[in-house]
Design a protein around this ligand. Structure first.
Ligand code: ATP
Length: 326
């Protein structure tokens, strides 16, 4: 039977290319979670390398927040092994916690505080855990500029707009210069400029500070732009694991080829667009015009995987994914 363990091997092979397995910041094996009689996670395996940006995708209720909360130590899993920075989150102490950054979905109100005051206050928690490599906390003014809240720095939090509060959430998540950052739907409520600024922050954190980032999002375009690797969670299992390009290539999705000959327009879905286009030119030569090849997008891949799962065919989807990846 093809299972998430096989996909894990795929992830490991990929991980081995980018860095030694020992450099993993997060390791999850055989993770299971039940709420009462309801099984939400049914054997989840994956690893995340240091400095890697990983996007966790999946339909509403798939268990993404549950995974993140287990890794943060907020929830205890029903079974399996989880290691974050070499520590089981259920046993993580304050020193371990100070190495993490967390941006949750729900907003915890500190309405009476001013932006700068709150960040300075929260930053103090990290001061004892400062190292030469990671000075903690981050300078508050630099942080405020990083998330674009300069104009609101001395404003009360209760008076911020929804998007500005979300920027503050991100600032709170990174004030301690975390080694691992968890972002649960970080850009909900962001306008396009805030979204782009946030993408710059993520790239800066991973490229310049080697921060490992695990984020959940429903925005596939964002997942593709931000992450080195994407996991798709459905039916309590990881059903796909790879870069956006790999997922698009390795799913059974077909590329769409469009062209015209003698003024007539044609479209054809081809599993191997290269072979098809070669045949097309063999047949029609330079009479082929307006040639366009569109490979399966991440959205196509995502929809295909989730649809197969919903039709009760996730085993088949995993097997097809593995087969295509050989
Ligand atoms: N404390 C809880 N008690 C019982 N069931 C819960 C609890 N928390 C989550 N669940 C259930 O577990 C499932 C997974 O929830 P979770 O919030 O992890 O999903 P998600 O993938 O983050 O969803 P979304 O995309 O909607 O944020 C859901 O069916 C949810 O109803």
């Amino acid at each position: 039977m093809a299972g998430a363990g096989d996909l894990q091997e795929l992830g490991q092979a990929e991980g081995a290319l980018g860095g030694a397995l020992g450099e993993r910041a997060i390791d999850v094996r055989g993770l299971r979670m039940r709420y009462g009689s309801k099984c939400v996670l049914n054997g989840v395996d994956f690893g995340v390398r240091r400095g890697e940006v990983l996007a966790l995708l999946g339909p509403n209720g798939a268990g993404k927040t549950t995974i993140i909360e287990i890794m943060e130590g907020f929830r205890t899993c029903s079974a399996g092994e989880v290691s974050v920075l070499g520590v089981d989150p259920a046993r993580g102490d304050e020193r371990w916690r100070a190495r993490l950054g967390i941006v949750l979905q729900s907003w915890r109100d500190h309405g009476k505080w001013k932006v700068r005051e709150l960040l300075a206050q929260l930053g103090d928690f990290y001061r004892p855990y400062s190292t030469a490599e990671r000075p903690r906390p981050r300078n508050v003014d630099e942080l405020i500029a990083m998330v674009g809240l300069e104009q609101q720095a001395d404003q009360r939090i209760a008076s911020l707009s929804g998007g500005q509060r979300r920027r503050l959430d991100v600032a709170i998540g990174i004030v301690g210069r975390p080694e691992v950052l968890f972002l649960d739907e970080p850009t909900v409520g962001f306008d396009p400029k805030a979204r782009r600024d946030f993408h710059d922050v993520v790239h800066r954190l991973s490229d310049l500070e080697d921060t490992t980032i695990l984020l959940t999002t429903h925005d596939l375009d964002e997942a593709e732009k931000l992450s080195d690797r994407i996991l798709i969670l459905a039916g309590g299992r990881i059903v796909a694991d790879g870069s956006a390009d790999q997922l698009a290539r390795e799913t059974e999705g077909k590329a769409e080829v469009r062209w015209s000959v003698g003024g007539e327009h044609y479209v054809h879905a081809a599993p191997d667009a290269g072979v098809f286009v070669h045949e097309l030119f063999k047949q029609h030569g330079d009479r082929v015009r307006d040639l366009e090849v569109r490979r399966a997008s991440l959205e196509d891949t995502y929809m295909a995987m989730v649809r197969q799962h919903e039709a009760g065919r996730s085993e088949e989807a995993i097997a097809a994914f593995r087969e295509a990846g050989k």
